[in-house]
Design a protein around this ligand. Structure first.
Ligand code: C2O
Ligand code: CU
Ligand code: CU
Length: 518
C-alpha cells in the first residue's frame, strides 16, 4: 500500500493535509546527499512512524495551562511497544527500537518556523542526521530512513535547526529513544514498572505558568537556566515504587544545567551505562556528573526500605565556578527573568529532582551482574592515530570551537576524515586570563567514542569526581582548564556531520562546526 493511502486510512491525512504537506521531499535528490542504502529498503521497513512537532498545552503547575511545543507520534507499523506517550508531559513519545531494525520516520513540522529532528547518539546516514541545512519550513515534512546499528542504550531526539535548537528544545521538543538488543536482554535488568525513565530539565516559569526564554546576551553566553526542576516534564515528581531493584535511566535534556546527582540515604550511584549503552562492568561512586546531552543508566536497590520511605534523587550543591561562565567573577549566574518576578536557580545550587515513595510490594533479592556486555575492538587505544588539537575558548564575545564558529556548509581541511578511520581529537579548554572559562559538553555526531584521558584537571573541581569516562560516549564534559583526549572511529557513512557544544545556547551562538566524512 502506498504510504499516502496508509496515512489516509489511519486518519492522518487531515492532519498532514491541514498543514499542507508536500509529498515526501527526497533530500538525496534535492541536496545531492549520498544516496540511501537502496538494498536495505527493498522491503517495507520494520518500523514506520510519523512524528509531528506542533504547539500544544500541558498542565505543568496548578492554574493556567502552559503553552509548549511538543512531539506527538503515530505508529504506522512495527511492534506495539515502539511508541509510548508520556502522560501529562510535554515530552515526545518514548521511541523503543531494536538493533537491526530498519526504521522510517516521517517528521511533520506544524510549528510556525523551520525545524528538523536529530537522533542524538545514533549512527545514521547523512540524510537522516538532522543537519540544520535540511530543516523544513512550517507545514512541510521530512522522511528519515535508517537501520539501527547502535548498541542497546539510552538515546534521544531533539530539533536541530540553525540558531533555534535551544529555543525549540526549551519549549518542549525532545524525547527519549531507547535501543534494546539481545546482549541487554540476557542480563535480565529490572523492567516494566521497575524501569524509571527520567529526563532532567529546568525551566523558568512566569507567574502565568508560561515558559520564559528570553535569549538575552548574558543567557546566550552562559546558557539558559530555569527555576523549576522537571523530571520527564513534571515538576519534582513523586513516584510510587516497589521495594525492589530499579533501573533508572537518566537523560540530561536541559539547555545548560549540569547536575551532580546523588541519592538520599547514602545510596551509592551504581552506574551500568553511559551515552553509548552498557559499560563493561558496573561502577559504584557517590555522585554522578551529568552535563547537557549526556545519559546514564543506574541501578538502585530499594529492597531494604520500609513502606512509606521517601528516597530522593537529588542534584547536590557544587560551586558555580566548577562549571564556569562569563562574568562569573564576584557575580554568580543568578539573574532575573520576567518582570523581575522570577530568578533562575544558579548553576550548582542544590535541588531535589524526584522522590521515590517505597510501597509495600517487595522485590526479590538480586545481584548486579559483575560483567556487562563487552566492547568491540574499536575500544582499544590506537596510539598511532592522528591527533587533532581543538581549543575551546571565548573571544570577542563568542565561544569558539577549534578557533572557528559555525557556517552552514563550511568544513576545514582538518575537519575532513575518512569513513571508518580512527582519530584522536584533543579538546583543550583554554584559560583566557579574564575568568571567562566554562565547562563545555562536546558532542560529536555519528559514532560513539572513547575518552582516553583528562589532563590539567583541577583536582578541587567538584564536578570531577562524578564524571564517568569508562564507557562509550557521544558527549564529553570538558571542565575549565582541562584537556580531554577522545578516540573516535568515525561513522562509515560519508557526508556532512556536526560536532558542537551541547550547552544549547553555545551551540546556537556558533560553538559548532561541520566535519566531512569522505
Ligand atoms: Cu543532541 Cu547535534 O545534538
Ligand atoms: Cu547528536
Ligand atoms: Cu559550551
Amino acid at each position: 500500500m502506498h504510504r499516502r493511502d496508509l496515512l489516509r486510512l489511519l486518519g492522518l491525512s487531515t492532519l498532514a493535509g491541514a498543514a499542507g504537506c508536500s509529498p515526501a521531499s527526497s533530500a538525496s535528490d534535492v541536496l545531492g546527499l549520498t544516496p540511501r542504502d537502496a538494498g536495505a529498503w527493498a522491503q517495507a521497513p520494520d518500523v514506520d512512524l510519523v512524528l509531528t512537532a506542533a504547539p500544544g498545552e500541558v498542565a505543568l503547575l496548578p492554574g493556567e495551562p502552559t503553552r509548549v511545543w511538543r512531539f506527538t507520534g503515530e505508529r504506522l507499523s512495527g511492534p506495539a511497544d515502539t511508541l509510548t506517550a508520556l502522560p501529562d508531559s510535554y515530552l515526545g513519545p518514548v521511541i523503543r527500537l531494536r538493533r537491526g531494525q530498519r526504521v522510517r520516520i516521517r517528521f511533520v513540522n506544524q510549528l510556525a518556523e523551520d525545524s528538523i529532528v536529530h537522533w542524538h547518539g545514533l549512527d545514521v546516514p547523512e540524510h537522516a542526521d538532522g543537519h540544520p541545512r535540511l530543516a523544513v519550513g512550517a507545514g512541510r515534512d521530512y522522511v528519515y530512513e535508517f537501520t539501527v546499528t547502535n548498541r542497546a542504550g539510552t538515546y534521544w531526539y531533539h530539533p536541530h535547526p540553525h540558531m533555534r535548537t535551544g529555543a525549540q528544545v526549551y519549549h518542549g521538543l525532545a524525547g527519549l529513544l531507547l535501543v534494546s538488543d539481545p546482549d541487554e536482554d540476557a542480563l535480565g535488568l529490572p523492567s516494566g514498572g521497575r524501569e524509571l525513565l527520567c529526563v532532567l530539565q529546568d525551566r523558568l516559569v512566569d507567574s502565568r505558568n508560561q515558559l520564559l526564554y528570553q535569549g538575552t546576551m548574558m543567557e546566550m553566553m552562559n546558557g539558559v537556566l530555569g527555576d523549576r526542576l522537571l523530571v520527564s516534564g513534571q515538576v519534582q515528581p513523586t513516584r510510587d515504587v516497589d521495594a525492589a531493584w530499579h533501573r533508572v535511566r537518566l537523560l540530561n535534556g536541559s539547555n545548560a544545567r549540569i547536575y551532580k546527582i546523588a541519592w538520599s540515604h547514602d545510596l551509592p550511584m551504581i552506574v551500568i551505562g553511559s551515552d553509548g549503552g552498557l559499560l563493561e562492568r558496573p561502577l559504584v561512586q557517590p555522585t554522578l556528573t551529568l552535563a547537557p546531552g549526556q545519559r546514564a543508566d543506574l541501578l538502585v536497590d530499594l529492597t531494604a526500605f520500609a513502606a512509606g520511605t521517601d528516597v530522593r534523587l537529588e542534584s547536590v550543591a557544587y560551586p558555580a565556578e566548577a562549571a564556569g561562565g562569563v562574568g562569573m567573577m564576584g557575580g554568580g549566574m543568578g539573574r532575573m527573568g520576567g518582570m523581575g518576578e522570577t530568578a533562575a536557580l544558579p548553576q550548582g545550587a542544590a535541588a531535589r529532582l524526584m522522590t521515590l515513595r517505597v510501597g509495600a510490594t517487595r522485590g526479590d533479592a538480586w545481584a548486579v551482574p559483575a560483567r556487562l556486555p563487552s566492547f568491540d575492538a574499536t575500544w582499544a587505544p590506537q596510539p598511532a592515530a592522528p591527533v587533532r588539537r581543538v581549543p575551546l575558548r571565548f573571544q570577542r564575545m563568542q565561544w569558539l570551537l577549534g578557533d572557528r564558529t559555525f557556517a552552514m556548509e563550511d568544513v576545514a581541511a582538518d575537519e575532513t576524515v575518512r569513513a571508518g578511520s580512527t582519530h584522536i581529537w584533543e579538546f583543550i579548554n583554554m584559560p583566557n586570563g579574564m575568568g571567562m572559562e566554562a565547562a563545555h559538553p562536546i558532542h560529536i555526531h555519528g559514532r560513539q567514542f572513547r575518552v582516553l584521558d583528562r589532563r590539567g584537571s583541577d583536582p578541587a573541581n567538584a564536578l570531577r569526581e562524578g564524571i564517568v569516562d569508562a564507557g562509550w560516549t557521544d558527549t564529553v564534559l570538558v571542565l575549565p582548564g582541562e584537556t580531554v583526549r577522545v578516540q573516535v572511529t568515525f561513522t562509515p557513512h560519508p557526508g556532512l556531520y556536526l560536532y558542537h557544544c551541547h550547552i544549547l545556547e553555545h551551540e546556537d551562538m556558533g560553538m559548532m562546526r561541520n566535519f566531512r566524512v569522505v
